[in-house]
Design a binder for this molecule. Sequence first.
Ligand code: ADP
Ligand code: MG
Length: 321
Amino acid sequence: MALSEFELIERYFRRCGAPRADVRLGVGDDAALLDCPPGAVLAAAVDTLVEGVHFPRGCRADSIGHRALAVNLSDLAAMGARPAWALLALTLPSAEERWLGEFTAGFAALARTHQVALVGGDTTHGPLTVTVTLLGHVPAGTALRRSGAAAGDALFVSGTPGDAAAGLALEQGRLPAPGKTEYLRERFLFPTPRVTLGERLREYASGCIDVSDGLLADALKLAEASGCGLELSAASLPLSQPLRALGAERALQFALGGGDDYELCFTVPAQRLERLRAALPPGQWGYTRIGTMRAEPGARVMGEEGELSLPAGGYDHFSNP
Ligand code: ADP
Ligand code: MG
């Protein structure tokens, strides 16, 4: 490496993200020292992105920086927690300054948007791998969980699921690209974690999960954790115009089975629906009702002519039409 590890940390990581008064000690010592607000519990999440597995080889560096933080922001959003501090473990094949500049720019822009400070990390040599640990906090006893949903609760999703998976398929040349596909690629490269929505949902939602593996798979995880099942209406799925342009069947498959959306899938009890709609108007906050939780386990997807049959192999690999 041309740069020493010390120089690299000084140049790229010492002042990355938002400055925060609750960071007593950040990058530079053996550990960071952080103040957690009184009455709050710490929320902690970690996610690793491996080149060739979680993003294509040669993917733009600013996207990798953005996504490494976004996937963790999305996990904290799903808990209704407020993000605060990040640690970055970076394994690099070489210390290329241009790559590092773009990577940290992507990371830092999203970190500043959500007031997250980079307070420490680790830098090693090897195949490109990015691990971000994100810490945040949530008032004790108020965090959202996967296990809180009940039969009869309304099921919602934020954003327009399926876009990111279609964008990845386009990036990888696995899909013919009719017309404008830039929007779909952007949804993969720069997902929008729903941090503010997650925090606001603490008052209304009974259960919540973020959509990383695919809407149906993740909704089913929420249902299973809650000891119930779900029924979803295909016609109610919020599909973006660029996704629809790929064809109705493909759009549905991406929306139900595609991963990498980083949207929130959440449930709200019937008696709180009116308050939810008044406080967080769906059009303004960008979420849509897609179904209802039910007592019978499993997932049912209703089409215009009755229940759709889903692939026998499960939902996880339903994404690559
Ligand atoms: P140590 O040997 O004690 O682990 P390092 O030399 O690895 O310390 O790191 C020195 C300081 O730089 C530590 O505060 C560490 O948290 C920080 N650091 C190292 N790599 C990164 C990185 N990729 N991002 C943010 N901080 C980093
Ligand atoms: Mg040390």
